[in-house]
Write a protein that binds this ligand. Structure first.
Ligand code: HEM
Ligand code: UGT
Length: 368
């Protein structure tokens, strides 16, 4: 059995930091000895609830690619470390979505499932987000290579079909089942109930024809394929959600040529000159698509933020961190929004990007 041992140095460094930032917790001496003894005896140690909550919030605060960190203290942490079966992970992930959606007033939430340990790995969610649209590869023929739905999820869709998923409507916005691996069992499939999936139908403030396109997107982005690393302990299933920044949907998910590739269609419908790059038809189509996203979410009362507001908030966060005597790690290539970069204040400066812990770590895909 592949066991995971925890590094004593990383564990004790985390405990010292926890007590330094939380003076109300008292002096660290006894806890340091207890953690060191636990690791020497069992190969790991168990975080207290306050240590887990603090660790999760600081992991967010250390996420150098995240523009939305101003509210890092408000993260709600659901301690589900006693959950180890695939079915329970699925059920708690659905409850996470219901609680985070909150009727459109989205709340940042994280659910922490069992860690990797000396007895073996914790459970893993194979989906990169709890809500993902299927990408159906069209079988060979004249349409060969085409995908119906989200091409980014074509591999996961194939995995789900191979595991017995019968597919949804076969349309472009079918929500994939959760693919969850627990213990040494093969992954299992779990449908996400429609009642747990809030979606926004996209329409444009000035163009009535836009609604006819039948475009939509889900309200809650919930990343589920990153390992939460706290004091040497790895939590492979710790899904976390925030709300969307409009550009994620309008400048990437629906716009990228390798995703829903909508700019040429919109350029035509907007009557733009798509024969010349110099007409900047791509840029104008992207702006209108992003206006539709922000307008539709706001009209439906679903939380969303624009990239100008979010950029300003991020700089406020950096100032607060500097006043607190901390370095705020940032990765310029992710922090600067994918459209109108230089029209936002985060473009016009450089950043330090130390790799701090606690943090969220990307791991290689178990499929593909
Ligand atoms: C509350 C509203 C939030 C907003 C608007 C926001 C915004 C964003 C955006 C736009 C990205 C870049 C995504 C991309 O380009 O694909 C990002 C990355 C990231 N965010 Fe946030 N975020 C929020 C909350 C959170 C929370 C609650 C967490 C974790 C507790 C978090 C952790 C991260 C991480 C780890 C990344 C980098 C992911 C990677 O490396 O693949 N964010 N965020
Ligand atoms: N708004 C968000 N956006 C994202 C945050 C982190 C990751 C992602 C998805 O990243 C994929 C990998 C690179 N781009 C797409 C999206 C949030 C998700 C969870 C909390 S906030």
């Amino acid at each position: 059995k592949k066991g995971f041992r925890v590094s004593e140095d990383e564990a004790l460094e985390f405990i010292r930091t926890f007590y330094a930032e939380n003076p109300e917790a008292g002096s660290p001496g006894e806890r340091l000895r207890e953690v060191r003894d636990d690791i020497r005896r069992t190969g790991t140690y168990r975080h207290t609830v306050p240590e887990l909550e603090y660790g999760a919030r600081v992991a967010w605060r250390n996420s150098s690619r995240c523009i939305g960190r101003l509210y890092w203290r408000s993260l709600r942490v659901r301690d589900r470390r006693d959950v180890t079966t695939a079915a329970e992970v699925a059920a708690e992930s659905v409850r996470h979505l219901r609680g985070a959606t909150n009727g459109g007033r989205i709340r940042p939430v994280m659910t922490v499932f069992a860690p990797d340990g000396p007895d073996g790995p914790g459970p893993r969610i194979w989906n990169d987000q709890l809500i993902r649209y299927a990408g159906y590869r069209v079988p060979s023929g004249e349409e060969a290579g085409e995908v119906i739905g989200d091409p980014a999820n074509a591999d996961l869709t194939e995995v789900a079909l191979a595991l017995g998923w019968t597919g949804g409507t076969g349309g472009p916005f079918d929500v994939l089942p959760l693919v969850i691996e627990a213990g040494h069992e093969p992954p299992e499939l779990f449908e996400v109930p429609r009642s747990a999936i809030r979606e926004v139908r996209l329409r444009h403030p000035d163009h009535p024809w836009f609604a006819e396109l039948g475009l939509r997107w889900h309200a809650v982005p919930a990343v589920s394929d990153m390992t939460l690393e706290i004091g040497g302990v790895g939590y492979p299933a710790a899904p976390f959600n925030g709300w969307y920044m409009g550009t994620e949907i309008g400048a990437r998910n629906l716009a990228d040529s390798g995703r829903y590739d909508l700019l040429p269609i919109l350029g035509g419908l907007l009557g733009l000159d798509t024969t010349s790059e110099a007409s900047l038809w791509r840029d104008r189509a992207m702006v209108e698509l992003n206006r539709a996203v922000l307008y539709s979410f706001a009209e439906d009362g679903v939380a969303i933020t624009d990239h100008h507001t979010e950029a300003r908030r991020f700089l406020a966060h950096m100032e607060k961190e500097e006043r607190a005597g901390r370095v705020c790690p940032a990765d310029w290539t992710w922090i600067v929004p994918p459209m109108s970069g230089s029209a936002t204040p985060v473009f016009h400066r450089l950043y330090d990007n130390p790799d701090l812990r606690p943090n969220f770590l990307r791991r290689e895909r178990p499929y593909g």
